[in-house]
Design a protein around this ligand. Structure first.
Ligand SMILES: *Cc1c(COP(=O)(O)O)cnc(C)c1O
Length: 389
């Protein structure tokens, strides 16, 4: 579709100046022209016609790039405040693997001991094979994390962590890492770009499991990397092309479709999470609530200073694995399922995953708050908590 001069359009600079909730709706639209579609088309083609050289400019083959990825990549790049489009992957782990490939052979990675279990699993596997050295840190402890950076190559940050909800001092860690020449990667899945923009405080690469909030409907797996550095982006792009973790066009389209409502979903689920966290804190069956929005939470002050919202994941501790399993077995509206960031509320005892770190309490239940009515969600939790007493 060629741009039609009759129809004004917002250029990249004008789009980048928009508020994030507007950007999520306005970015990645096709060019305007008479009878042009308002949504990108799904291009189902494994190869592209061309007589010239493939690489610079020419698309060539659908593992190199795909027109259906680009609107989503453009929108996510802009939401994270990058002048460059994001890179889309077939899953969050596809994006994580690409970002971990930035660690030089024999290099040192510093990562939270409560990183996402898949990320930790991949880093541990690489460590076992002698490809890198993994230093696991308590990311809440800035001094200990900074001390571990000496001689490191990459600092991996999650904040809040999954599922312990620990909040990192991101600006301090980025400054210390850069002073030591350490590359900073932030998994921003939990906060979303509406909560924090790590590139804005100097992080080098952002990754997301777009399966979660960005796509938001528990119907696709997708991942993204975002960087403002052209060389880093070229390396991540090369990794994607050569390892092949590429998204299907239908999934990419659904990702952008989901992204349109990101702000509404996050606003609603976050407000509900705040209310539920307060009520859970007062329930006698709940031993501890971890939610950075609660003034009693150890990460509250930091989160209030760094995040534009406290997110919609809550972790609670019940009296051991048996009580937690029984509680999860009694909910009827909440879905007893792993994953998070969907419109539907999900709940699970994390240690049912054998790969979950053993520093996560046995009785810890993670709640991902969706967009349902707060009283309906509370009624279901309360009956499940009360009937165990
Ligand atoms: C789910 C998740 C991942 C992995 O993403 P997939 O899309 O499941 O591959 C990575 N990081 C975090 C924080 C996650 O929650």
């Amino acid at each position: 579709m060629r741009a039609d001069p009759e129809y004004p359009h917002l250029d990249d600079a004008a789009l980048a100046a928009l508020a994030p909730e507007t950007l999520a709706v306005a970015a990645g639209r096709p060019q305007r022209g008479t009878d042009s579609p308002v949504n990108p088309e799904i291009v189902l083609s494994s190869t592209f016609v061309g007589l010239g050289g493939v690489g610079e400019g020419a698309r060539g083959y659908a593992r190199f790039s795909n027109p259906t990825w680009e609107p989503f990549e453009d929108a996510v790049g802009k939401l994270e405040g990058s002048p460059l489009p994001a890179l889309l992957f077939s899953s969050g782990m596809g994006a994580v693997a690409a970002a971990l490939s930035l660690v030089p052979v024999g290099g040192v990675v510093v990562a939270p001991r409560h990183s996402y279990s898949g990320t930790l699993g991949l880093a541990q596997l690489k460590a076992e094979r002698g490809e890198l050295t993994l230093l696991e840190v308590d990311i809440e402890d800035t001094a200990a994390t900074v001390a571990a950076l000496d001689g490191a190559d990459v600092l991996w940050v999650e904040s809040p962590t999954n599922p312990m909800m620990e909040v990192a001092d991101l600006p301090a860690l980025v400054a210390a890492a850069h002073a030591s020449g350490v590359l900073v990667v932030v998994d921003n899945t939990f906060s979303t770009p509406l909560g924090q923009k790590p590139l804005g405080v100097g992080a080098d690469v952002v990754v997301h499991s777009a399966t979660k909030y960005l796509a938001g409907h528990s119907d696709v797996l997708l991942g993204v990397t975002v960087t403002a550095d052209e060389q880093l982006r070229a390396r991540l792009h090369q990794h994607r092309t050569l390892h092949g973790a590429i998204a299907g066009p239908v999934e990419a389209w659904l990702g952008l479709r989901g992204l349109r409502t990101l702000a509404l979903r996050v606003e609603r689920s976050q407000a509900t999470a705040g209310e539920l966290a307060r009520r859970l804190e007062d329930h006698p069956a709940v031993q501890r609530v971890r939610y950075p929005g609660l003034p009693s939470d150890p990460g509250h002050e930091r989160a209030a200073a760094q995040l534009a919202g406290f997110g919609s994941v809550i972790s609670i501790e019940l009296d051991g694995a048996e009580a937690a399993d029984a509680f999860v077995g009694r909910v009827a509206l909440w879905l007893p399922a792993t994953s998070l960031g969907g419109v539907e509320s999900t709940i699970e005892r994390r240690r049912r995953h054998l790969a979950e770190p053993h520093t996560v309490p046995d009785g810890l239940v993670r709640l991902s708050v969706g967009i349902e009515n707060v009283e309906d969600l509370w009624d279901d939790l309360r009956q499940a908590l009360d009937s165990g007493r």
